[in-house]
Design a protein around this ligand. Structure first.
Ligand code: SF4
Ligand code: SF4
Length: 150
């Protein structure tokens, strides 16, 4: 896989933007649109199925539909192009440019304590970067490309 393509998916911190629910061309967005299409005008049937098959879960269809529409409208172009919608205190986006590296593991200060992340994400970023350093960015991308991010 071409490294320039991989960089449109993997953020400098190592997180996979392509697997993020907010990513404009991610699986979650694309499958949500497909599911929306397949469901068509399901609203009226959802109401009917409450009694028809005695399943009260269908009362929740409007909430499910709203969340599906939200996933289907994701529009983030990824960390290297715009500010992350999830981690607003992220310092890595600007820092990696100043340090002149594509990923944190390539930086002389790695692992640093000024990513701006909470403890959980900070550790996750370190683990991912160590793995990229160990096997290379392309192999890491291939290793995780079919796995869920969450
Ligand atoms: S920049 Fe943040 S919100 Fe956007 S796709 Fe990447 S992880 Fe998701
Ligand atoms: S200083 Fe820290 S956040 Fe910045 S590029 Fe280096 S390792 Fe990443």
């Amino acid at each position: 896989m071409d490294i320039e393509f991989i960089k449109t998916r993997l953020a400098p911190c190592g997180l996979h933007c392509g697997k993020c629910f907010a990513f404009i061309d991610g699986d979650i967005k694309n499958y949500s649109n497909k599911l929306k299409e397949s469901l068509g005008d399901f609203d009226i049937y959802a109401k009917r199925f409450v009694d028809l098959i005695d399943e009260p879960l269908f009362n929740k269809y409007p909430d499910f539909k709203s969340l599906l529409a939200y996933f289907a409208s994701a529009g983030c172009a990824g960390c290297r192009k715009e500010q992350c919608k999830l981690f607003k205190d992220c310092k890595v986006k600007e820092c990696h440019v100043k340090q002149g590296v594509d990923f944190c593991f390539q930086c002389s200060e790695f692992p640093c304590d000024h990513t701006g992340f909470d403890q959980h994400l900070h550790q996750r970023s370190i683990d991912i970067n160590k793995r990229m350093k160990e096997i290379g960015v392309e192999s890491y991308y291939n290793e995780i490309k079919d796995k869920a991010r969450y």
